[in-house]
Design a protein around this ligand. Structure first.
Ligand SMILES: Nc1ncnc2c1ncn2[C@@H]1O[C@H](COP(=O)(O)OP(=O)(O)O)[C@@H](O)[C@H]1O
Ligand SMILES: [Mg+2]
Length: 226
């Protein structure tokens, strides 16, 4: 496996509370990997540590050299008085690569995520549209790895289908994707494998297509029991 990201005994403690507990996992190039678990299991904290947004208390995170990461957060927030295009231009400016500021390049990102280049301001966007914009933003740098925290939350069935198809095509293009999601049906549609977390610990692993038990049944069985 051509390893893109690996975590070794990664632990995160807030005061005396351990929210991620000796987590080890690795994700190979081109894999679509799922972090699963109930609310508060430690999924978002794990992602934040991978991104360097939260400090690791102990353990190691390795990311392949020269890897670019795109990130779509759980609760995206964009300047409310900007249009989608203005938001992307703004983030493209931060990114630093001039070719990424090109209007036709950014327009393409709006297209693939199902948004239109209109004068509508972000403050009038629905939750689903914000989610799409967050995905477009995550794609600006043409990253090797995409980290998506709840990418289909707030989308209706059509929006989810659109996003899943987009993720499928990104996978085909060789991107490595890490997804947190509660929507297990979506996970089964696009993810290769994953881990199920509970109170910061990995309690089981999951590989798509190897079991007769649906992911939802497995999840309820494992996460439900004390
Ligand atoms: N900045 C923080 N300070 C203290 N506790 C936190 C902080 N961020 C997250 N937590 C706690 O860590 C636990 C895991 O949270 P999180 O990683 O967001 O879980 P998930 O994404 O799986 O729902 C929760 O109990 C949450 O309250
Ligand atoms: Mg979360």
């Amino acid at each position: 496996m051509n390893e893109m990201i690996s975590l070794e005994n990664v632990t995160k403690t807030y005061k005396d509370k351990t929210v991620v507990d000796k987590l080890s996992l690795s994700v190979g190039k081109g894999e679509v990997f799922a972090l699963l678990g109930a609310n508060g299991a430690g999924k978002t904290t794990t992602i934040k540590m991978i991104l360097g947004l939260a400090k690791v208390s102990s353990g190691n995170i390795k990311i392949a050299d020269g890897t670019k990461i795109g990130y779509s957060p759980e609760t995206p927030y964009f300047p409310p008085y900007l249009t989608a295009m203005e938001v992307l231009s703004y983030y493209a400016g931060i990114e630093g690569d001039k070719s990424k500021k090109d209007k036709s390049y950014l327009k393409k990102l709006l297209d693939v995520t199902g948004l239109e280049d209109t004068k509508t301001k972000v403050k009038n966007y629905s939750k689903g549209m914000i989610q799409r914009l967050a995905l477009a933003q995550a794609l600006i740098a043409d990253p090797d790895i995409l980290i998506l925290d709840e990418p289909t939350a707030g989308l209706d069935a059509l929006g989810r289908k659109h996003n899943l198809e987009l993720l499928e095509s990104l996978k085909k293009a060789g991107k490595t994707i890490i997804i947190n999601s509660h929507i297990l049906h979506d996970i089964e549609a696009i993810c290769d494998r994953g881990v199920i977390m509970k109170k910061g610990k990995v309690i089981d692993t999951w590989t798509n297509g190897v079991s007769h038990e649906s992911l939802e049944d497995k999840f309820i069985r494992l996460v439900g029991e004390e």
